[in-house]
Structure formats: C-alpha cells, structure tokens
Design a protein around this ligand. Sequence first.
Ligand SMILES: Nc1ncnc2c1ncn2[C@@H]1O[C@H](COP(=O)(O)OP(=O)(O)OP(=O)(O)O)[C@@H](O)[C@H]1O
Length: 336
Amino acid sequence: MEKDLEKKLSGLSIEDAKESFSLSDFNLSKTVGTGSFGRVVMAKLKKDKKKMPYALKILKKTEIVRLKQVDHVKTECKVLMMMDHPFIIKIKGKFKDNKYVYLLLEYICGGELFRLLRSECRFINDVALFYITEIACTLEYIHSLDIAYRDLKPENLLIDKEGHLKITDFGFAKIVRDKTYTLCGTPEYLAPEIIQNNGHDKNVDWWALGILIFEFLAGYPPFYDENPWEIYKKIIEGYFEFPSNIETKAKDLIKKLLSVDPSKRLGSGSTGAADVKKHKWFRGVDWDLVYNREIPPPWTPSMESEDDTQYYDDYPDSTDPVEEPSVEDQELFDDF
Ligand SMILES: Nc1ncnc2c1ncn2[C@@H]1O[C@H](COP(=O)(O)OP(=O)(O)OP(=O)(O)O)[C@@H](O)[C@H]1O
C-alpha cells in the first residue's frame, strides 16, 4: 500500500492535470471567497454553451513564496487529483501564468456550513449527527490514503446543491506515515500535540472532529479566548465545560475525541475510523447509506440557477497591484 501510494504520488506530475486551460478561456464573475494568498472566483468557460459555473482558485505566486507555502499548494493540487469521494471537492484542472497559479474546481452553491451554523446558532442533535457522519466517512477515506487533512473547521465544509457536504481546502493536507512537525491549522481547532510540537499524525483530525461536534451542538468551540495564546493554554490543559443541551452520548464521544493524550484518543488505534464509527452516538447509522448520499439532508439551498451566489458573502474586486516573482522564485513553480 505504502509503495503504491509513493508511486502514485511521485508518478503524478501536476502537469498531468486533466485538461489544460488558460485564464483567457474563462469569463470571471463574483468572488465567493478569499484566503491568505488569493481568492476564489466564479468562472465560466467561454466555449461552454451550457455555461456551467466553476470555482477558480486564484493564488498569487509572490504571496505563496512569501508565506513559504509552495509545497503546500503543490500538495493540495496533487492530493485533490488523487481523491475520488462523494464528499470531497473535485478538481477539474490547473494552470499558471507569470503571476498566479489557478486551481479549477467544481462550484459548490450552498455556501459554507459555517454560515448555516451561525444563522441557526447551534444544530439540534440530529442535524449535527447528519453532518458529522459525512465528515467521519470522509476522514476514513482520507486516512486510508495515509493523508492527514489537518484543517477541519466549519469554513472548509461547503454545502452542495442537494444539501450534502463537500470538503474543500486541502492546503494543509499531508502524507503522513510517521509523525510530522509543521505548525498549521486554525487556533481553536489545533490539537495539543501540534501546539506542543511533539510531532503529530492523522489523529489530529479526530481531535478536530471532537471540536467540531462540540461547536455544532454548543454553537461555540470548547476552547476559546480572544487571544490565541490563551486558546493554546486551554487546549493543552484540556479542560472544557459542556452546556446543558448536549446529550450524554454526544458528550461521551466528544470527551473521547478530545483526549489530550493522542495515544488514548478515540480513532488513534490501528482500527482508527472504525472505532469512531462504532461509538454509541452513531448507533443506528447506516454507513453505506451515508456514503451513497442517501440520507436526506436537513437543509438544501434554494437556488434560482446553477450560478446562484446568494449563500456567499460579497467581496470587493481585487485592485492591489500584483508583482511577478523573481526569476529564482518563478522556478519554484516549474513543476506546477
Ligand atoms: N469549489 C468552491 N465552490 C464555491 N466556493 C468555494 C469553493 N472553494 C472555495 N470556496 C469559497 O472560498 C473560500 C476560500 O477557499 P479556500 O479555503 O479553498 O481558500 P484558501 O486560499 O486555501 O483559504 P485559507 O487561507 O483559509 O486556507 C471558502 O471558504 C469558500 O467560501
């Protein structure tokens, strides 16, 4: 398995991407999201008569280099190309020019799960259970490829037109067989072993799942403070309190996932995901129905057309002048 994966990844040049495009092939419209080094814009292929909307992730080369993210961007692209799962965003292609690299993704119209969570304040048990089963099923798949996702949070979970989840943003994904030591992720969702730089592996995703279940049911994360250093302190101490509305089985699962000692964390054993899926909070869940998208979603977007952007915020157009990277930095993207 390890050898196969190695071969697959090393043999997979990003140049193999499905089709080759250039920016002039597209009409760009609204920005639907922004990130640390670029934006995500709705785009349509000029030659496509059906005018199918895509999400074009446009990343500035100079910013990628400045933030030392060249390898992360390349990994994101490679990992997305090897993934094939009902709850993972599909990549349609990639290309670059002198200033930017571009990832062409399917457009997901329902917005971030974060928006739905904030509008409802918190989810009732069955709604949380629906979304968590889709995420657990996806983590099982990602981990089976020896990949840690490392950025689980409500902003990276999009809702598709049928109401099912699509996980996006594989910028921090990493192939991990042993431990890795990079500090990455969002403060509230960081596992204690990442903060303490003790080396971490796929178990950090099970920790983040515990944070997510808590936040879905409570409406706020278990470890919170205005100051990120205070958040880190609370995470390392591992002390949190449940609000009264969370039911006992959910509390038990959250406690087992939020084990500060990663070796005692549910999901950390050799049977990882299967142990999580067996927990009593999931009793009665038919995991085949989950995988086949046959469980009716609690909410579906009401779309006027395929390219409806009502569930995304408005962002101002990009007006900053963007520089070309130096010749040396430009070479870093040769194999993209
Ligand atoms: N395929 C898509 N369809 C619709 N909207 C999308 C899509 N992909 C991303 N978005 C929107 O753009 C936002 C930013 O995307 P993404 O997280 O992939 O960018 P990023 O540059 O990696 O961000 P970050 O700096 O947070 O890592 C998402 O939170 C979402 O709102």
